[in-house]
Design a protein around this ligand. Sequence first.
Ligand code: ZN
Length: 91
Amino acid sequence: MRIRIIRNAIRCNHCGDIIESTPVHDFRTCSCGCVSVDGGHEYLRRCFRYSPVDFTDLSEVEPAGDGDLENGDDDHRAKNFMASSAYVLSS
Ligand SMILES: [Zn+2]
């Protein structure tokens, strides 16, 4: 499934920091160091020290269906997304 990442952000459940990755390779860590985000709008990567419940996912994504290519940039993004194995989306 193709998705488009609108916002790549999480909130640390320990220190309460909200960290957001905007450009790709923009690696952000909260002030207590428990959780990190990376990937910008290309993919969603989460790192955590203890468990996935260390953070609350604030990311916004929307489906980008095959019939929904209103500009060429979508195809580029989808390809980068598919090439990434780091995708983790907390539900
Ligand atoms: Zn923290």
